[in-house]
Design a protein around this ligand. Structure first.
Ligand code: NAP
Ligand code: GCO
Length: 269
């Protein structure tokens, strides 16, 4: 059968930077890009964590590049991007994945804790994107994927800073699309549902009586799919948004949530 670029999900020849991707969602997304032929770059906060990531990629047969970079620090991001450009000449795909959460009731949360979350989850995608976009403009194309959240749409107790940041990230996504779409840059978001990673481990932790944390049953009941997501659930959607197949998809948030956002919840028995 004849194929064309609209059916091209391959990423051969592309350089993809996935931030904070030594494990978890970022690792799964970067691994999927590598499987589609892309060269992978990632960063972490320390050399030790970065090397652990390199080994994890190697175990999957993937050579990953990069190094230490705190994405909240503009000077570090600029130096990191310079290094990628010197080595590869271009960055075609950027995934703003690095993120943190602090679960603290809002009235008990310090302004500095609130700022710390906004810094990683919202300021950093701004800093990283503004540094990479000029190179994408020069190349005549670019794909930016911002990892949003259920909290881009919904609130819940204890996650005010995270929800404010992820709601902001949704609008940063739309604004990058609006401002740079004319340069053939597509900026979209992925909104994962509840995914089993270290970030959500405290919500699944075993209780002294051997049962799981009550949040586990809550999430299964809220999710039509009836389960937590896995990092691998995000691989296909991420490849789609990184590939030529999505060249006319811009400013969109693709929720990969097992149906949570569509569902009013189970009626009481
Ligand atoms: P995770 O397991 O906690 O991994 C987050 C990664 O970000 C870690 O590698 C961490 O590095 C890195 N990171 C944090 N701050 C950084 C900084 N300043 N500079 C560089 N790297 C930094 O999280 P995850 O569950 O895979 O989540 C990945 C993304 O998806 C996050 O943006 C998260 O908010 C979002 N998300 C997660 C879920 C979920 O249910 N898990 C759902 C929706 C959205 P260290 O290991 O060095 O700390
Ligand atoms: C929480 C969770 C979430 C998820 C995710 C949902 O405490 O409610 O950690 O916020 O990590 O972002 O999409």
């Amino acid at each position: 059968m004849e194929t064309n670029s609209y059916l091209n999900f391959r990423l051969d020849g592309k350089v993809a930077w996935v931030t904070g991707a030594s494990y978890g969602i970022g690792f799964a997304i970067a691994s999927a890009f590598a499987a589609q032929g892309a060269t992978i770059v990632f960063n972490d906060l320390s050399e030790e964590k970065y090397q652990k990531g390199v080994e994890a990629y190697k175990a999957k047969g993937i050579t990953a590049y990069g190094g230490v970079c705190d994405v909240t620090k503009e000077d570090q991001v600029q130096a990191f991007v310079k290094k990628i450009i010197e080595k590869f000449g271009h960055i075609d795909i950027l995934v703003n994945n690095a993120g943190i959460i602090k679960r603290i009731p809002m009235t008990e949360m310090s302004a500095s804790d609130f700022r710390a979350v906004i810094d990683v989850d919202l300021n950093a995608p701004f800093i990283v994107s503004k540094t990479v976009i000029p190179y994408m403009i020069k190349e005549g194309h670019g794909k930016i994927i911002n990892i949003c959240s259920m909290m881009s749409e919904l609130g819940r107790e204890t996650v005010s800073a995270y929800a404010a940041a992820k709601g902001g990230l949704k609008m940063l996504t739309r604004n990058i699309c609006s401002e740079y779409g004319a340069y053939n840059i597509q900026c979209n978001g992925i909104g994962p549902g509840y995914i089993a990673t270290p970030q959500t481990a405290p919500l699944r932790v075993k209780q002294p009586d051997g049962s799981l944390h009550p949040f586990d049953a809550f999430i299964r009941a809220k999710t039509p799919a009836g389960r937590w997501g896995t990092p691998e659930d995000l691989q296909g959607p991420a490849v789609f948004l990184a590939s030529d197949a999505s060249n006319f998809v811009n400013g969109h948030i693709l929720y990969v949530d097992g149906g949570i956002l569509a569902y009013i919840g189970k009626q009481p028995k």
